[in-house]
Ligand binder design. Structure first.
Ligand SMILES: Nc1ncnc2c1ncn2[C@@H]1O[C@H](COP(=O)(O)OP(=O)(O)OP(=O)(O)O)[C@@H](O)[C@H]1O
Length: 298
């Protein structure tokens, strides 16, 4: 385990223009009784992209993802996943996707190794089960029964089962819930490695730092609709938003919102004759813009 910052993959902007679309959704709707859980979602995910779906509880993330996985029927709309309609696609399509669902269905009597081997047998080109177990950090627990593992350890088994088939497209529904910080960092490295190998990844998460670390783009979904899609650094105009310069002056804490923070800092530096006490320069965090988007749709 290392505390070093995790390197982001190099941007692949130019390559994207030519890349195929992995997921294309138009006008997706899902109605449960009189609840519009998904209410007109449009979404495009490029091959090789890591896309994070953010949104509050009940926003419609899992419903959307389960429709894309072919595990739920839609009420209306067009859906194409790896070129097929998930509602009609067969076994060969299913072998090309990997799923880490929100709730797992493991056999508590099987050991981790038995479970991963068992799943590997369903796929035409599986990864080596022991390598997968190692990759999710469970090598030392490979012989342990799944029923005797902690919640976070079981979640790692879920991840192992999702990737053992060498999927082209991996769905991760809140994958790191229950992970300790060390396990989360390791999981991020694993996902970055898969993405580096070209796996397309659709992830839902409530952890904004996770979206920021992993995603090429994030989509914010609220009340069954996508309200914004952009790179994490640009979402909601973050990159161009005013900066807040804060410092401590003789009269106490001071702050100013400005479009030219460099100039403000230069002036402060001159005024203080060097170091400016408690100087910080910040722009809105992903959490700031996310919360304002969610608030705006309530
Ligand atoms: N099987 C179901 N029957 C009836 N209503 C459902 C069903 N599944 C989900 N819903 C409703 O659909 C809406 C969207 O739920 P969904 O699970 O897709 O949200 P979510 O964004 O994944 O939430 P969370 O962050 O809590 O996982 C909610 O209002 C939920 O109560």
């Amino acid at each position: 385990m290392t505390d070093a910052p995790i390197p982001r993959r190099p941007p692949r902007g130019d390559a994207w223009g030519m890349a195929d679309t992995a997921v294309r959704v138009r006008g997706l709707r899902k109605r449960y009784g009189d609840v519009d859980a998904v209410n007109g979602v449009d979404l495009d995910i490029r091959r090789g992209e890591v896309f994070a779906l953010l949104g509050p509880n009940g926003a419609g993330k899992s419903t959307t993802v389960e429709i894309l996985e072919g595990h739920r029927q839609r009420t209306a709309g067009e859906v194409s996943v790896l070129g097929a309609d998930p509602a009609k696609a067969g076994r060969s399509w299913r072998a090309r996707i990997g799923i880490v669902p929100q709730t797992s269905h493991e056999d508590p009597q099987l050991t981790v190794r038995e479970m991963v081997r068992h799943f590997a047998a369903y796929y035409p080109r599986p990864r080596d089960p022991d390598e997968v177990i190692e990759a999710v950090g469970l090598a030392e627990l490979a012989g342990r029964r799944v029923g005797r593992m902690s919640g976070g350890q079981r979640r790692r088994v879920d991840v192992a089962l999702g990737i053992v088939g060498r999927p082209e497209l991996l769905f991760l529904d809140e994958p790191t819930t229950g992970f300790d910080p060390d396990a989360r960092r390791r999981f991020w490295e694993l996902i970055q490695g898969l993405a580096g190998d070209g796996t397309t990844i659709l992830l839902t998460t409530h952890y904004l730092d996770e979206a920021e670390a992993l995603a090429d783009r994030v989509g914010v979904i609220a009340a069954g609709r996508v309200v914004a899609v952009d790179a994490p650094a640009r979402l909601g105009g973050r990159a161009t938003a005013s900066a807040r310069v804060s410092w401590r002056g003789p009269e106490g804490p001071q702050r100013i919102d400005t479009d030219s923070p460099t100039q403000v800092v230069a002036e402060l530096s001159q005024r203080f004759g060097g170091e400016v006490p408690e100087l910080t320069v910040t722009r809105p965090s992903l959490e700031d813009v996310y919360l304002s988007m969610i608030g705006a749709t309530k």
